[in-house]
Each structure stands twice: as C-alpha cells, then as structure tokens.
Write a protein that binds this ligand. Sequence first.
Ligand code: CP
Length: 319
Amino acid sequence: MKRFFSVDDITNLDAFIQEAIQIKKTPLQKSELGKGKTLGLVFLNSSLRTRLSTQKAAQNLGLNTIILNANQEAWTWEFEDGAIMNGGTVEHIKDAAQVLSQYCDIIGIRCFAGLTNKEEDTSEKVFSLFEKYATVPIISLESATLHPLQSLADCITIEEQKPINKKPKVVLTWAPHIKSIPHAVGNSFAQWMNKTDCEFVITHPKGYELDPKFTQNATIEYNQEVALQDADFVYIKNWSSFEEYGKILETEEDWMLTHEKLKVTNDAKIMHCLPVRRNVEVSDEVLDRPNSLIYQQANNRTYAAQIVLQKILESNENA
Ligand code: CP
C-alpha cells in the first residue's frame, strides 16, 4: 500500500477487515516494524479520536510520531500556485509538504471541507496538493469528501457485531445539527458499505442528498420510519446540503433519533463516529443503551490505523 485516501486503496476489503480483527487480538506482534521511522500527523482541523488512535497505532508498531497542529501552531499556509504572498499567508503548502517529508517516513493529514467552494472541496484541493508535493506515503486523517480511517473502523465494528447467517440491514440516518457540517463521514460510510455484503439504506430529508459519486446504488428512503424498519445497525450522522452547498436548509428537529423510533428496528445496534451533539442528533437514551457501539467504534480506530500503517511500512520494506 502506497497511500490511503479511500476504499479504492484496498484490494481485498473482506481480507483487510479480518486482518485488522486479528491485529486487535495481538496488537504488539509487529512492535519492531516501525523502529527508527517517524509518522507525522498534520492537523488543519481539530481532533480527539483520529489524533490519539493513530498515535497509539503507531506506538504499537514501534513508530515515532510528531504532530503539527497546522491550523494553530504553524505558519499560515498558502494553497494557490503562483500566489504573490504579500497577504496573510506565510508558507506555501508545496514548501511545507516537502520539508515535512524530510522529517517523516509517512504523513497523515486532516483537511476538512471549507464548505464555501464546492469545486475546491469536491476536487480535494488541499489533500491533492499536499500529496503532490510530499515525497513520502500520505494517509488521509479525513479530507474534504472522505474519512476512510473512520469507515474502516466502522466496517470492523459491523463485522464484529453482525448477526450470524443473515445479511445485515444497515441504515445511515441524517440527524439535525446546529452547525454546517461536512459530508465526509456520510460519503465515506456509503462508499465502504457499498463494498460490503449488506442491505444498505440512507435516509434523510429531501435536499440533503449526498454526492451520488459515493452513494451510487444505495437505497435512498426519505421516510425515516420506513427506512428504520428491521434495521440491524443504525448509523447516525449530520451533514449539510450538498446541492445547496454547505447550507442548513431548515431545522428538522424531528429527525433526532429517539428510543421510540428504534421500536421498528431489529433491536438495532447504534453507531456514531463521535463527537456527538447529545439530545440534538440523538438522545442520551439511545447513545447509552447497552447495544450502543459508539465506544467500540472509537476503539477500533486504533486497529484501522494500525493495519494501514503496517501495510505501508511492509510495502516500503519490500520496495
Ligand atoms: N470520529 C473522528 O474522526 O473523531 P475526531 O474528529 O475526534 O478525530
């Protein structure tokens, strides 16, 4: 593996998930693999889980980590080619990426959608520029359109919890939120679910359709109650409008997931990537019920990161 940006960077997803589950059982088995090597983690946006789980995964492999909070502690980056930098930006991304590549053997970068320029976000301007100028393998820690480490952890969690001898029904349900939120988690979950053996349904109010490039043939059901019928897993997530880019169309508070709504499900297991706005997106009662998987998902972030780092280190060893 030379990079990790989306599900398309994995050749056999089922085998990859099974291997991650094995790594979870013996996480220190390859604790020498990364010895003497450095993972750089660059954050243009905030993080709790991605930062610490990836750092823990690196430790399990013997990698050193260095972290740059590029939005807070570094020089302000310029992204335009040929820019006359006589304004607020101090360092061009081409210089930052090449310098960081001198210090690191692998670099992870988090660069959210700005939600103001659809073309820039959908073309993955920041991630693409960073990868173009870096000279080491790059891992996405969530980009403008996708969050692959989260989706891999979600696939591991579903594999661990899915019913035996039954194709699971997985429902991604839109949830209300007070802020304009990127589409990356929803897009990415759809992209990965479309590659697994499940009945996958997405439900949201009209106007909140995700980019069809990622949802592809998933069933879209505008009636939340109909969508939730017989669900084995319910994944809750907010996103802003893609069509009216970045907008919150109207307050849809009645889309908050409640205990009452889950009565039509197959005693569904509850998923959320976190952080979650409790009692806005989903009620406390739902998040804290025994079959809530939110902390298992967060735990699996470590093993998702670990298998990706392991594969990159191994392919570099064999290069
Ligand atoms: N789910 C997730 O990516 O969490 P953080 O934003 O805290 O990293």
